[in-house]
Design a protein around this ligand. Structure first.
Ligand code: NAD
Length: 500
């Protein structure tokens, strides 16, 4: 095995269990590590270690916590390439991507929250109610929180959850996706090395059954979940039984709109970023690409030329910008959708389709490769335009920009989905771009760019795409509970029961 056996981690130590599963390298379909699976006793132990740690951690000053977390930021940055290599082996994403995005954007968020809490981010409000009466509010941590991760941005998701959680004084039991477990123990040990006390950040491993045991555990106060809408619904309803707080970061089927005044080059570049980055495995992908009918031939011509710049290959070759899909089961799912698009939806296939992309010599053909695929002349009702495929499959939908009501109809079509994670427009007319974005039903929107999600930007979905937000100043609130205190200083306790 390329990696050592991955233990669980709680109370500041590794713990092995007898039952294990394997993680597979998506680029060659070979196992790379045995992973210890958590059972009920291990979950209990992890939650209890977090509960014990909470007593002290929640009482440290924000400045002390910040100092420790900033040490973890430095260690993450120092080990960027080592961690990015692990992510490439576990997810199948090219190193050209993991080395500049995954660890970097995770460390940025940890730095952001460490600095925010140290500079008053957890302060409440004071109100002078009367000359001798004050109301003040404080933000208390919630307790032990569960973090449940998806497989597309493993270490980034772990950091986006644990950063505000720990900075606000909570403890976390984190379960990564069973498909990408390798980063978790590394991160836990980096936290420990930085000085995070034992029990503050813990790791359990396993699939949905382990996730369900963790999220329904009575010792958990909040569940922060990233994954599919269907799983999110199950997790949120189980959390509701225990009146636990939830943050739900779920899937999408986002509209990517090229307005008639956009340059073809910008529209195509944007649409490609919105569909093929990370082999299309990005929750915010803009997979419904709306293009003005008058731009059809120039758009398709330009796109087909640029599709040649997608370079599958050796994942550690700096020129490679496209990897295999994450797992065998996901590969089967994406293939099923492509087949459905061709055989049942009868969408017009202009690039890609079934089969493998051409791979340079020396690259294993056993990987979960799929061809970057473009369907055009799609209609709103096709399955490939309504379902989240989560692979490199672009659907182009044309709109009649000569129709006097084109804008109304375009906005209605863009919003015609029960998901609302992201949306974006490409335009040379910033006034029009602004007007369109204002009316799009989505929590994350972009104008003339796609996909950037910096620490400063709160992100979260509308409709079925989620609840709450991650990142940005306001999201810290999702990791605290409010306490309001009214202090009367008039010297006498007011009463409605005076002696008459
Ligand atoms: P998934 O729902 O299959 O699994 C997500 C996690 O939930 C895994 O760790 C899994 O083991 C766990 N899980 C499964 N059943 C569970 C249960 N009953 N109780 C508790 N945990 C359970 O999702 P996935 O396939 O890993 O990830 C892809 C999905 O994630 C896509 O839909 C994508 O859009 C979404 N996603 C959303 C965001 C966002 O920020 N909105 C970010 C990344 C991915």
């Amino acid at each position: 095995m390329a990696y050592e056996k991955q233990a669980l981690y709680y109370n500041g130590q590794r713990h092995e269990t007898s039952e294990t599963f394997q993680t597979i390298d998506p680029s060659n379909n070979k196992p790379i590590a045995d992973i210890c699976k958590a059972d009920k006793a291990a979950i209990d132990a992890a939650v209890h270690s977090a509960k014990d740690a909470f007593i002290k951690w929640s009482r440290t000053t924000a400045m002390e916590r910040s100092r420790i977390l900033l040490k973890a930021v430095a260690l993450l940055r120092e080990r960027n390439d080592e961690l990015a290599k692990i992510e490439t082996h576990d997810t199948g994403k090219a190193f050209s991507e993991t080395s500049v995005v995954d660890v970097v954007t995770g460390a940025d968020v940890l730095e952001y929250y460490a600095n925010l809490v140290a500079s008053g981010g957890l302060n409440g409000e004071t109100t002078q109610l009367r000359p001798d009466a004050w109301v003040y509010t404080t933000k208390a941590p919630l307790g032990v929180c569960a973090g449940i991760g998806a497989w597309n941005y493993p270490i980034q998701i772990a950091l986006w959850k644990s950063a505000p959680c720990l900075a606000a004084g909570n403890c976390m039991v984190y379960k990564p996706s069973e498909f990408t477990p390798l980063h978790a123990l590394k991160l836990a040990e980096i936290y420990t090395e930085a000085g995070v006390p034992p029990g503050v950040f813990n790791v359990v491993q396993g699939a949905g059954d382990v996730g369900a045991m963790l999220t329904s555990h009575p010792g958990i106060s909040k569940v922060s979940f990233t994954g599919q809408v269907s799983t999110g619904c199950k997790v949120a309803s189980s959390a509701a039984n225990g009146m636990k707080y939830v943050t739900m970061e779920l899937g999408g089927k986002s509209p990517c709109i090229v307005l008639p005044d956009a340059t073809v080059d910008n529209g195509v570049n944007g649409a490609m970023m919105a569909n093929f980055f990370s082999t299309g495995q990005v929750c915010t992908n803009g997979t419904r690409v709306f293009v003005p009918a008058s731009m059809k031939s120039s758009f398709e011509q330009n796109l087909l030329q640029k599709m040649e710049n997608i370079r599958p290959g050796d994942l550690f070759d700096p020129a490679t910008n496209f990897g295999p899909l994450v797992s065998k089961v996901h590969h089967e799912k994406v293939f099923k959708y492509i087949r459905h698009g061709i055989e049942t939806d009868h969408a017009k296939l202009i690039f890609g389709g079934l089969g493998q992309p051409e791979l340079p010599s020396g690259v294993s053909k056993e990987g979960y490769w799929v061809r970057p695929t473009v369907f055009t002349d799609c209609t709103d009702a096709m399955l490939i335009t309504t379902d989240e495929i989560f692979g490199p499959v672009m659907c182009i939908l044309y709109y009649d920009d000569k129709d006097p009501h084109w804008l109304e109809s375009l906005i209605a079509r863009a919003n015609n989905t029960n998901m609302g994670l992201a949306a974006g427009v490409f335009t040379s007319n910033i006034d029009l771009g602004y007007k369109v974005v204002q009316r799009l039903e989505a929590g994350i929107t972009w104008v003339n760019t796609w996909g950037e999600s910096p620490a400063e930007m709160p992100v979260g979905g509308w409709k079925m795409s989620g609840l709450g937000t991650e990142n940005g100043r306001g999201s810290l609130e999702h990791w605290t509970q409010n306490k309001s205190t009214l202090v009367e200083m008039a010297g006498e306790v007011p009463t409605a029961f005076p002696k008459l």
